[in-house]
Design a protein around this ligand. Structure first.
Ligand code: GUN
Ligand code: ZN
Length: 428
């Protein structure tokens, strides 16, 4: 007989995209309701869970919000130890902090130790899935997928490929990038909850030969994902223009080499031209908003409302360690603040959707994660809506359920994570 658990509390559910439909039609909170987990999956939600789950083991979360586990759609786990490094912008930040740290991941022991620490930090923050860059070292990919399998987490990852404009010891070649990525993909993609993303870091650190080799690999394995960076800082875009004189724009450097597709994930995407937006929408590609990174490294103000409401698929991410927090709550707060600077107020319902179902959609995993629906994995995050004295005193003033949730999105951190469930098992 499989284990069955009935979780009671307020339950967050989705019925569509709240950037396309009115948010109150697309996102619901079932107050004082329940989720039934059987085995590793969600079996029932709402009144059906309450009826069917009478015999199940109860976990009561009164006044808490039961959410899908958060999904961080763009991160760099090898940058865990250099998060919050002072005073640089993108290219200097990469050269000063990132590349020296990434150099260490040829050492499997260091990679394993960091991967374990990183995934434990994610779970502490209510994040149950991530799409992470690794380093050029295949060991760094094995480390993350191994650590994820030990925790039964649904993780997307790939070897970061760079064959120019990176230091000695941190460059591969077009051929080794292809060979190593292919071997890793064949080893890991579809193994349990692991999925592989072909990972050219960004156009400035790949030659055209390398981009073409990775485009060819994607064509051979179209069910794999592809992750990279796009139009993050103005200086970077100028650099790309100089390196790729034949390209119409930054996005075209990928498209010309077979690296634009529906299963492509493009991090940042702040300074886009109209053609790029149109093309991304047409293809159904995924953009990933990295708000704490975009403010921390001084990159710019992503047009969340314009893009997501305009039909461009968008997810949410920390971009650790360019981002200044492991927390998707902090990322929601920063997304809200950036939208305010652009003149719009994103609703709490939209923020929660972005951090769960929106990210699941860009990762092409909506049949497994990102919503509380029967048949999906039992990956859940339980939010305490009064986790600190500051939040609690605001929470007592709440006049509606959404007003009760919003302060936690703006002010919450790992203290708000009351419990995490992964694959139907409560994290102890
Ligand atoms: N662009 C290329 N590499 C990186 C990285 O590691 N972090 C960020 N934020 N942007 C990048
Ligand atoms: Zn990144």
């Amino acid at each position: 007989m499989t284990d069955a658990y009935l979780l009671t509390g307020h339950v967050l559910t989705f019925d569509g995209d709240p950037f396309i439909r009115p948010w109150h039609e697309a996102v619901h909170i079932l107050e004082d309701s329940a989720v039934l987990i059987e085995g590793d999956k969600i079996a029932a939600v709402g009144s059906a869970a309450l009826t069917q789950g009478a015999q199940a083991t109860h976990h009561d979360y009164p006044g808490h919000l039961i959410c899908p586990g958060f999904i961080d759609a763009h991160a760099h786990y090898p940058q865990t130890a250099i998060i919050a490094s002072w005073g640089k912008r993108l290219i200097d930040w990469l050269n000063t902090y990132t590349f020296p740290e990434e150099m260490r991941f040829g050492d499997a022991t260091y990679a394993n130790e960091t991967a374990d620490r990183y995934l434990d930090l994610l779970l502490d923050h209510g994040t149950t899935s991530v799409a992470s860059f690794c380093t050029i070292h295949p060991e760094s990919v094995d480390a993350l997928f191994t650590a994820a399998a030990a925790r039964n987490m649904a993780v997307v990852a790939g070897k970061t490929c760079m064959d120019r404009n990176a230091p000695d010891g941190l460059r591969d070649t077009a051929q080794t990038a292809y060979d190593d990525s292919k071997a890793l993909l064949q080893n890991w993609h579809g193994q349990g909850r692991a999925r592989y993303a072909i990972t050219p870091r960004f156009s400035p650190t790949s030659t055209e030969d390398q981009l073409a080799a990775l485009g060819a690999l994607w064509a051979e394995h179209p069910d794999a994902l592809m992750q990279t960076h796009l139009s993050e800082q103005v200086d970077e875009i100028e650099w790309v223009r100089g390196l790729y004189s034949q390209a119409r724009d930054y996005l075209d450097t990928y498209e010309q080499h077979g690296l634009l597709g529906q299963r492509g994930l493009y991090g940042h995407a702040i300074h886009l031209e109209t053609r790029e937006v149109d093309r991304l929408r047409e293809v159904g590609a995924g953009l990933v908003h990295c708000p704490t990174s975009n403010t921390f490294i001084g990159s710019g103000l992503f047009d969340l409302m314009g893009l997501a409401s305009g039909g461009v698929r968008t997810g949410l991410a920390t971009d650790t360690g360019g981002g200044s927090s492991f927390s998707m709550l902090r990322s929601m707060a920063a997304a809200y603040e950036i939208a305010q600077l652009r003149g719009t107020a994103v609703h709490a319902a939209q923020l929660l959707w972005l951090a769960t179902a929106g990210s699941a959609r860009v990762l092409h995993r909506t049949d497994e994660i990102g919503s509380i629906s029967p048949g999906l994995a039992g990956d859940l995050c339980i939010l305490d809506l009064a986790s600190t004295p500051a939040i609690a005193q605001r929470h007592t003033r709440a006049e509606s359920i959404w007003d009760a949730v919003f302060p936690t999105l703006m002010m919450g951190d790992d203290r708000a994570i009351a419990d995490v469930w992964v694959g139907g098992t409560r994290r102890s």
